[in-house]
Design a protein around this ligand. Structure first.
Ligand code: ADP
Ligand code: ZN
Length: 219
């Protein structure tokens, strides 16, 4: 099963992709995580990406396409993959089609989480992550039970993404509407797109995504 998960910044794509990875035994491929790893390494790609990500802008298509191409062949993708954060532009979607065709693979589902912009600004501005186990938190919606201590692993170190602030979020939302949203029409024409309400609770969204994955395809 090969899936693309679409959704604005803050829509919960990352969290949901991790859940689907476990439930369906397919690999989560997050271009955001890959880029942040490159930034941490200080590689050439990382240095280019860092400035753009901090500004809430997309990194160039050719760079991200090359990055994805290297991981699709990984053993982890043997039973399928869930793309989280890619494609983000129509040229990326076209490049993905070409890549998959070359590998004799196809996309089974494109799932789009529909959310409200203002809620995303609020969600993103307060979110932070455990530096040890990756558990996600939020200042108002989900603070750790003991302040400063991770509920899951007890670590006291957390990090806040450099691009998770109100100003950058607005840029990221703008980029999403302008550059990424047109992709849903591209997939809708092929009959593989399902839109899902992303404003319900996380468990409800997981249920709806699972249902859409298990449903017979329309086409
Ligand atoms: P979010 O969806 O919350 O914005 P991501 O972690 O998916 O978070 O992406 C963070 C940033 O990484 C984006 O704002 C963008 O700069 C860059 N990025 C990630 N994926 C892509 C992509 N496919 N094309 C271009 N830039 C990307
Ligand atoms: Zn933790």
């Amino acid at each position: 099963m090969n899936i693309v998960l679409l959704g604005a910044p803050g829509s919960g794509k990352g969290t949901q992709a991790k859940r689907l990875e476990e439930a369906f035994g397919i690999a989560q491929l997050s271009t955001g995580d890959m880029l942040r790893a490159e930034v941490k390494k200080g590689s050439k790609i990382g240095r280019t990406a860092d400035t753009l990500m901090r500004a809430g802008q997309l990194v160039p298509d050719n760079l991200i396409i090359a990055l994805i191409e290297t991981v699709l062949d990984d053993e982890a993708c043997r039973d399928g993959f869930i793309l989280d954060g890619f494609p983000r532009t129509v040229p990326q979607a076209e490049a993905l089609d070409v890549m998959l065709e070359t590998k004799a693979l196809k996309l089974d589902r494109v799932l789009e989480l529909e959310v409200d912009d203002e809620a995303m600004v609020e969600r993103i501005s307060g979110r932070f992550t455990c530096a040890n186990c990756g558990e996600g938190y939020h200042d108002s919606f989900k603070p750790p039970q003991t302040p400063g201590v991770c509920d899951v692993c007890g670590s006291t170190e957390f990090f806040h993404r450099a691009d998770d602030n109100a100003t950058t979020v607005r840029e990221r939302l703008k980029a999403y509407h302008l550059q990424t949203e047109p992709i849903s029409a591209y997939y809708e024409k092929r009959g593989i797109l399902t839109r899902i309400d992303g404003m319900g609770g996380m468990d409800q969204v997981t249920k709806d995504l699972t249902k859409a994955i298990e449903a017979q395809p329309q086409g």
